[in-house]
Design a protein around this ligand. Sequence first.
Ligand SMILES: *Cc1c(COP(=O)(O)O)cnc(C)c1O
Length: 378
Amino acid sequence: MRPIQMVDLKQQYAKIKQGVDAGIQEVLDNAAFINGKAVTDFTAGLTKYLGAKHVIPCANGTDALQIAMMALKLQPGDEVITPSFTYIATVEVVALLKLKPVFVEVDPKTFCIDPAAIEKAITPKTKAIVPVHLYGQSADMEAIMEIASRHGLYVIEDTAQAIGSAVKFKDGTVKKAGTIGTIGATSFFPSKNLGCYGDGGAIFTNDDALASQMKMIANHGQSKRYYHEVVGCNSRLDSIQAAVLNVKLPLLDTYIAARQAAADYYDKAFANHPKITTPARASYSDHVFHQYTLLLEGVDRDGLNQYLADKGIPSMIYYPVPAHRQQMFEAFGGSSYILETTDWLTERVISLPMHTELDEEQLLFITSNVLEFINKHS
Ligand SMILES: *Cc1c(COP(=O)(O)O)cnc(C)c1O
């Protein structure tokens, strides 16, 4: 059996080596390292794939969120509603820009921000909502957009974990995650569903004015060289990363299908187990399984993690401390929040290996060891 990785990028690269190597070589030969043809091609390709009006590549997913919030001209003290149950980047940029993060609960089934909790957290200072499509499952965007339009709020979708997911609306419309809100932000960090071989990110919008604003912000606040209109930053996707992404973008749907097939295998193996809840798949979207995350009840989770590690099976806790309990947010009254669902989930989740290269032998080995531990030791 091949060694089991949380994410097997070596095996995936072996299958696309020729295209990737040739793409990188072309960048080297042309020495167009910044804003080269590879970047232009990738931007056009992703725009088409997402059906978005504008895609602006940038240096990473954290910058993508930051540029989005800068373009919306949010002012210090403005409130931004976000889940606490997320990767820190989502919330970190809110604080970095001197905005006030307002943490709300997630839905215990989808792990995504709870629309009812958003509604309750809205105050006259609220300016934006940042839903996170966690683990590859989209948040309930139809409900969120309805709340946002009723209260005149911006919506910035953090789609770093859900690129390629399709969201279905009640009227039959289908849109890709990240293209529904005012702005969508994603990451091409190597382990993401569409990952490059370094850092990368992108912002999407259907709004022409916001698009030019974000392009300008990502480029030192200039639209004409050496004439700087606003304070911006330096955030670029480099050509070598774009060359890698140009090989992987056409494979994204195949990669998603491989993740979904692994998830189906896991689901079957753990079905109806009294101590295991498998990931819910919301009716309004397809789950693209950036992570496959179980919810355990009455199981020694750390014991399971160690037991699996001893057998050569990695597992991870995403995330061991929710944002509102991080020291970083003490100044924002983090520990005064009461988020019972978030705390409850934090103590019970465990993510199993999930990537495009898992085979049946590996999946059988993983699932039988998980079940062996849970059935014998707890
Ligand atoms: C990865 C990730 C980010 C940040 O992306 P980087 O490219 O690492 O900066 C933001 N939000 C979520 C939910 C993520 O998973």
